[in-house]
Design a protein around this ligand. Structure first.
Ligand code: IMP
Length: 430
């Protein structure tokens, strides 16, 4: 029996997971998503083309690989249908190699409405949600109200759908939400609902499976399986910067509950980090830069959300957060992305510890949201050269290698590879 390898983001998302999965996929037989939903935007670039995936695993472009949407994932049928259409337009027929867990929960149109209603009700405590209905759909899952993919095949599906919808409408009315004015992608709720119902037919073209049996059989058959995380460690519902988090376990433990594999079946844990740091949405971000350097990171790094288009907040790499991520996830190797964004910088900084109320600490405090967390920075000389054309880790500029060495020393985890451009060919293994 083989073990399942895990790949996840160690910061606040957008570390370049989709691209690294795509590069690693040739070494795997199966790629499986275990949590999150269309709040994710995994960007892949190859042959001069850019592809953004939201729900579908990043192995889909390799037609001989099996892709699995696990029980821990949320599926929004309209967004799923659009993804399938986008793939078809690129000549990719996913019906042959995409499997969907019967236990994956559905995002209803009214979950999206409730997301908007909840955010509105929060006033200046807004989370900055992607408004894809993630929080409300996971809430219904935990409250045991949810509808699952397998339920779409049952005769009372519509009845159960209407009951749940009614409940959401009542909740939204209690919050004083203006239902009549609410639009999803420019459509009224009724119009969107029609699209949503139609989209279920696209979903039903795929093979629904008991994914826990499916994945364990793959492992027994010695297939190589990669679990692809979405969002990232610092957005984890338990260990992230609560309440400014997403509503799922984004960590290694989420692989066990989101796919149905035992903890002892976990193999390598590959953690992705940018060479700097970004965050989209509200919440603490101690190393955030509000100056010209922050603006440069945003512009040069094209730091705009793949799902919402929002500009991302940018700052220096945060080692206390990264060490925390390595501890919680049992990271066995690091992948560092986007150092090339800082090619022209005279100096590059790293936050080594925090200062909170005059005390230095290496720990992520419980009071992360409410106290001032000052980053203690160490500056490194910039490498100030283009990385274009470099095709081996050893050939990277010495100053960049010192910076990468410092990340290894600070986390105690070895760097497996560094990615120096959006293209899949520019991942240099150490
Ligand atoms: P939600 O999961 O859409 O409710 O969003 C909750 C928080 O997580 C917000 O701050 C979002 O910006 C953030 N978030 C959700 N998904 C992603 C992602 O894939 N990348 C980066 N941030 C995300």
């Amino acid at each position: 029996m083989t073990k399942i390898d895990v790949l996840l983001g160690l910061q606040w998302g957008d570390e370049g997971k989709g691209k690294i999965v795509d590069v690693l996929t040739p070494g795997y037989d199966v790629v499986a998503r275990f949590q999150g939903g269309p709040n994710a935007g995994h960007t892949l670039e190859f042959n001069g083309m850019k592809h953004v995936l939201h729900i579908i695993p990043s192995g889909i472009f390799h037609k001989e690989k099996v892709n699995l949407i696990g029980n821990g994932v949320l599926i929004e049928p309209c967004i799923f249908r659009q993804e399938i259409r986008d793939l078809e337009a690129k000549g990719v027929d996913a019906t042959q190699n995409l499997y969907v867990s019967k236990k994956a929960h559905l995002i209803l149109p009214t979950h999206r409405m409730m997301d908007a209603a909840n955010e509105q009700a929060k006033g200046n405590m807004k989370i900055g949600s992607t408004l894809k209905g993630i929080g409300p759909a996971y809430t219904d899952k935990i409250a045991r109200n949810g509808l699952r993919v397998g339920d779409t095949l049952s005769t009372d599906f519509r009845e159960r759908y209407l009951l749940l919808k009614e409940m959401h409408v009542r909740q939204a009315q209690t919050l004083g939400f203006d239902l009549a004015a609410f639009r999803i992608d420019g459509m009224s709720l009724d119009e969107y609902e029609r699209q949503w119902m139609e989209s279920l037919e696209t979903l039903k073209r795929f093979r629904f499976v008991n994914s826990e049996y499916f994945i364990n059989q793959c492992l027994r058959d010695d297939k190589k399986v990669l679990a692809e995380g979405a969002q990232a460690m610092m957005l984890d519902i338990d260990f992230g910067t609560y309440p400014f988090v997403t509503s799922s376990n984004t960590i290694t433990a989420g692989v066990c509950t989101g796919l149905g594999v035992a903890p002892s079946a976990i193999g390598k844990v590959m953690g992705i980090t940018k060479a700097y740091c970004t965050r989209v949405g509200a919440g603490p971000f101690p190393t955030e830069l509000f100056d010209e350097t922050g603006r440069q990171l945003c512009e040069l790094g094209h730091e705009y959300g793949a799902t919402t288009g929002r500009p991302r907040r940018c700052g220096w790499i945060d080692l206390p957060a990264l060490r925390y991520a390595c501890m919680i996830n049992g990271v066995t190797e690091l992948y560092v992305t986007k150092p090339d964004v800082m090619n022209d910088f005279e100096k590059v900084c790293m936050c080594i510890s925090y200062e909170i109320e005059g005390q230095q600490t290496d720990e992520i405090p419980f009071e992360y949201n409410t106290v001032e967390v000052k980053p203690c920075l160490t500056a490194y000389e910039g490498w100030q050269q283009s990385l274009a054309g470099i095709d081996a880790y050893e050939a990277l500029p010495a100053k960049l290698k010192s910076y990468l060495d410092a990340i290894e020393q600070q986390t105690g985890v070895r760097i497996a590879a560094v990615s120096i451009s959006p293209d899949r060919k520019d991942v240099l293994f150490k």
